[in-house]
Every structure is written in structure tokens, then in C-alpha cells.
Design a protein around this ligand. Sequence first.
Ligand code: ZN
Length: 469
Amino acid sequence: MDTRTLSRLAVLASAALLVAGTGCTAETVQGRPGASGLRDAYFPKAGNGGYQVEHYGLDLGYDPADGVLRGRAVITARAEQGLSSFNLDFSGLKVERVAVQGAGARFNRTGTELTVRPADDLAAGEVFRTEVVYSGRPKPHKDPDGSTEGWIRLDGGAVAVGEPVGSMTWFPGNHHPSDKAAYDVVLIVPKGYEAVSNGRLRSRTDTGDGRTAFAWHSPEPVASYLVTAAVGTFRVTEGRTPSGVPLYSAVAPGEEAQSAPALGRLAEMTEWGAARFGPYPFSAGGAIVLPAGSLEYALETQTRPVFPGAPTEDLVLHELAHQWFGNSVSPASWKDMWLNEGFATYAEWLWAEDHGGPTAEQRFDAFLAGDTAVDPAADSDWDAFAPASPPGPEDISGNPVYHRGAMVLHRIRQEAGDAAFSALLRGWAAERRHGNASTADFTAYAEKQTGLDLRQVWDVWLYGKDSPR
Ligand code: ZN
């Protein structure tokens, strides 16, 4: 008997004593339903209340020929309250079986909510395992901004990208960035295909029935929108950064030559990032390059960003910078996206500044002047809204979140000076490493760290309704 069972028995025993004392025959552990959403201002149904996930084990069989996914998710979570039922976010696909702590559980589905009712209520603090067996052809999710996310079938393969809520199309989970967990993802595909996910490749096994199983392991916490799976006939290259981070990149045939210049600098960029922002936060790196046109955007999927075709150097740098800002330090809610995009954009400015391009000051001035010779986005609607309060869910990846977000950081640099600003970026990455942070957390930290009153910067650049032009 393991300690978990022992402690559960102890809970049962004490509850039984209480019941015996009152002569009533109620349940031994009294739970209540966990919330069906976390009331995120932009995606209110995303995530669920009453528990936090510690680990996802995903075993997925996929056949590119028919597009059918067969999945088994084992979710290890800790109850934060007594639970009579709890929700997982899951969209489409057929749920065949749900078990909690090994016992069959009742479940029902409404919209993107899968409600699970365990045979026995769960006690507050209890660590419990939920198993969901499912199958079907995943249906991609339409983002409010018109783009497509989730499990996306491609010519001769598939890719999964989850920002902000697409991951619910291919595995059940607590799909909000405030609940990060470790992952083990096993992808089983027909022989001849490569299957790539986040972290380290633990094993690549011939299953004996004409398929290959790829076992991927992510020990550091991952927000579920950053989990990926890519199936295709990729060319794989492996390497190592000078400080020893293993790199594993998969490139679609036909994209190798064009990808080589930018991907060839990934190791150097990772070292540069470590010098600028502090130690690289993860135990693996690399990239996934899909056939050109596979997606409308690139995504900083953890350790191994996804690119729709050969990326430019700036794009590789941008997605790499997200490993510190977004992936290690993750937004507390979707309102805080500028903490991802403003920082990753500013990283591009810094990379250029450190490599003979325009300085960040020149870039900042170019945006104010609308000078596209310095930055092609300078005449975009970068000032259309305040980066810390996008008008709606369709705006969380809007231009102001990126460019005006980067300008917020440059305004801090102008006030604090180069040395204090560099220390602030490093300090922030260290302070919230592998965690979450809100905009208010950042502004408080920046003022504490620099000793400056930055209210004017926040009011005008971060929250201000008017254009700062
Ligand atoms: Zn980005």
C-alpha cells in the first residue's frame, strides 16, 4: 500500500468516526463541484477550478492517412477543495471512458466542458489520477481573431498549436496558462513518419506492428497552450549549444536550405539569450519547421517553436525569447499577453542592437515617426489600444500588444538607464522562473527593482487609452 492510499484511508477513517458519532450515513468525504472556468476576462470558460494539474501523460496514436487520433490522457492533479465533480476542457472527439483513481467515473459534456463525477468524492489536498480514453478526428478551433489553432491536419501529417485555447481540441485538461504541469507525450505514428513534441526524446521504439512510438519528456512546467505535436516526414538534426543544451530540430522536406541560415544561429542565439536574460530555462531546445503556408503564424511551443515554413532570423529569435518570457514566466491570464509579446519583440530589438542593426532607441523613435525603413511595423496600428487591456479576445495578439508593449519596456530603459534595465530583465526572468505573473506583478517588480516611480510610463504607455504619439 502506498502512502497516498494510506493517507486516503486515514481521511476515510476520520470521516467514518464523524459519521458514526452523528449516526448519519452520508458520504465519507464531502465534496462540491469544481468551477467550470477561471473567469479569465477574455476566455472565461478556459481552465477549471478546484484542482491543479501536476502531470499529463498523453499516449496518442495518429494515422495521417485517415486523420484519426486515438488518445489516452492520464492527468495527475491535486485537489484544492473537496470535489464531488470537476471539469476538464475538451472539445470534439469521442470520450470512450473516464476513470478516477482507477475506478470508472461518470461524465457528461456540454460545449467545451467535460464534467467528471468520480465514484468517491475527492478530499482537499488529495492527489488523484484521471484517465480519459478518447478518439476521433480532431476539429481545429477558430480563434476570435480569425486564425486557426488546435490539432490541424496537414498534407501528409498534422500539427498541434494551442494559443490561446486550441489544446482542448486534442487532449482534455485544465487549459489555462495559470495551471502549468510536467508532460510526457508518446506519439505513435506509421513507420516512415517522424513525430515531434516538446522537451527531450526519451525513446524511439518500433512497436512491431508497423508503427514507431516517440516518447517525449518535459520535466519543467508547461502551460498547455505551449504543448505541441507535429507529425510529418521531417529531416531531423541534433546538436548542442555551447553551454550544453541539447537541440533537436525537425524540418519539412523542401524547407531545409531556406531554414539553414536562421536555424544555424539557434545555438548562438540561445547563448546570447542566456547572457541577456539569465540561464536558458529548459533542458532542451530546437525548432519545428512545417511546409510553408501550414499556419498563419509561428508559435513559441515550449523548447521547440513551430514555424510555418523557413523562418527568418528575427522570427527564430522572437520565439526563442518567449522561452524566457511567456514560457518560463507565463501570463497569469490572457490579459497579460503583452508580458509575452512585448518582451519577445523587445528581444528582437536588443538582438539587432547587439548585432550591428538599429538601436532600440532608433527603433522606438521610428515607431513614433512611422518610419518603416527602420521597422516595417512602424506604420501599423501599434498605438490602437493599451497593451495591458486589449479591447477583446480577438485583440490579444494585436499589434499594440507586440510593438507598444516593446515600447513600454523601452520607456523603462529610458528612465532607468541601460545597466538597471538589463538587471531588471534578468531579475524578472529569475523572480518568476517557471511560474506565472500578471501585469501588476511586473509593474510592482519594476518599481521595486529600479527604485523609480514609473506611474507615468504605466499610465501613458501601458494603460492609456490615448495614443502616446
Ligand atoms: Zn510572440
